[in-house]
Ligand binder design. Structure first.
Ligand code: PEP
Length: 270
């Protein structure tokens, strides 16, 4: 039995006061949650503020990205030890937006963003290794573009991303990792992936992990679904046997909605 996780990715939203208020409201409602892990992923500027608001609760703190070097002349980057010192236990790695792959942005702007953010399979792998070495649990994201889905490439894209992400890692290193299947076309678009299809692709991710670590360990790894999860569609997704929770953007910015998602995941997971 895998305890579900609901992770709220706040992206580039919330100044410090808004972050404090949102975290405090979630902590008040879901701070003692046992049946569903709760993780908040505020922008880096608000990590310390949010950590103070969730101190003493069961809620975990995650950064949205990190660089693999420990320290040095990398202007604007954040290292694992820095994130640890803010209270982070988790870090999102390889979010499609960090890979410059967007579902809701015009094509010409996407091309530009790919150059700016530009995480690759190789950099994702390096970041995962660094995160683990600094005691951070990576939340590793992957998923296909709409064009890739239409071209029948979903399985090969997702499998390839997973294999590249865990390349060179031992079973012991892979076992604590959290994965998230996030079809890019469903992120921030309001268009959710059908629960049956999300379940199928997540099953494929688990099979791919099993090829590397064996099925006993792969069965323990939490694999989340992300992409327009909302209170009105969460139940069907959480009832799917392979789906172990959600990575949630928009709906995590409202305490009531996010707490509803947590409550459903906890109830279904019981
Ligand atoms: C995300 O940020 O990973 C995400 C899935 O966003 P949204 O829930 O808004 O689609």
């Amino acid at each position: 039995m895998r305890t579900p996780i609901m992770a709220g990715n706040w992206k580039m939203n919330c100044d410090n006061e808004q972050a404090r208020e949102l975290a405090a409201a979630i902590a008040q409602n879901a701070g003692d949650m046992q049946d569903c892990g709760v993780i908040l992923c505020p922008p880096a500027t608000a990590l310390t503020m949010v950590q103070a608001a969730i101190e003493g609760t069961n809620i975990g703190l995650a950064a949205q990205n990190m660089f693999w070097e420990e320290k040095g002349a990398y202007t604007g980057e954040l290292s694992g030890p820095m994130l640890r010192s803010c209270g982070c236990k988790y870090v999102i790695i390889g979010h499609s937006e960090r890979r410059g792959r967007f579902g809701s942005v015009a094509d010409d702007f996407t091309a530009e963003l790919q150059k700016i953010f530009g995480d690759s399979d190789a950099s994702v792998n390096r970041k995962i290794k660094a995160a683990l070495s600094y005691g951070l649990t990576p939340i590793v994201c992957g998923g296909e573009l709409l064009a890739e889905r239409r071209a029948g490439q979903t399985d090969s894209v997702v499998k390839g991303q997973v294999q590249a992400a865990i390349a060179g890692l031992s079973a012991e290193q892979i076992s604590p990792i959290i994965c998230a299947y996030e079809p890019v076309w469903a992120i921030g678009t309001g268009e959710v992936c059908d629960a049956g299809e999300a379940n199928r692709v997540i099953g494929l991710i688990r099979e791919t992990l099993a090829e590397a670590v064996g099925s006993a360990i792969a069965e323990q790894i939490r694999i989340l679904y992300g992409g327009s999860v909302k209170p009105d569609n969460v139940r069907g997704l959480m009832e799917a046997p392979e789906i172990d929770g959600g990575l949630v953007g928009g709906a995590s910015l409202k305490a009531d909605a996010f707490c509803e998602l947590i409550a459903v995941a906890a109830q279904v997971g019981e």
